[in-house]
Structures are given as C-alpha cells and as structure tokens.
Write a new protein. Sequence first.
Length: 128
Amino acid sequence: MKLLNRSALSVKPTQAFVDWINSLEPTVGDDDLTLADVDRENTVYLIPEMDTPEALEAFVRERYMEILESELRAWEEDERQWPEILDWALFQRFVQVEHSYLAIDLDDEAALEVAELDDSLLLETDQD
C-alpha cells in the first residue's frame, strides 16, 4: 500500500444528468438509461491534499468547468449537443461531488503512471 499525496473527488451523476444523456438519443421505455446504470460510471479525480471544507470548496469552484466538460465529453463529444449554458448552477444540477481526504494505492505490483488526458484517451476507454 502506498499513501498518495493527494485527496480525491468522486463525481457522481444526478438524475438531471441522466435526463440529459437520454435526451441525446431519444428512446422508448426500457431503453432509457437509469440513474443506477449511470452511477456505475463515476469518475475519481485526484486533487491536491485538502484538509478544510473551505479549501475544498474554493478548489472545486476554481476547477468545476474542467470537471463538467470532462463529464459531458464522456457521454457526448459534439459540444453542440451540450447544454447551452455551462455554469456553476449546471455543475451543481448535473453532478454530486464526494471528497476523500486520503488517496491510497492498493496496487503493490504496478507503478503509478502519468499520462496527459486528451479526447483520444477517453475514446479508447469508451470502446473497451
């Protein structure tokens, strides 16, 4: 086990986000995604260590647009299909953020690797 010098944010979709996803390709009845379906698609973001609620809120407010765009892009690459206004209110409607003070790596075998995130990495993950 290795203690990382990071905190973590787990970003979970809300029903409003699921409704937006379902609006991208209208379906009938049982083909719609549910919150339970999408809830398995949570993203964890490693962030600098945050030890106070005030520091966490300031950090999230500073970086919310990056998180929101990443979450939208995971479901729809075409930004023209995104909600017209991307702001703090939409972020709060579309996702719930849970904070973990500690991040621990349980993998004793593989070393941590760092790669710059770009759209091609997201696409490769989606196709797996």
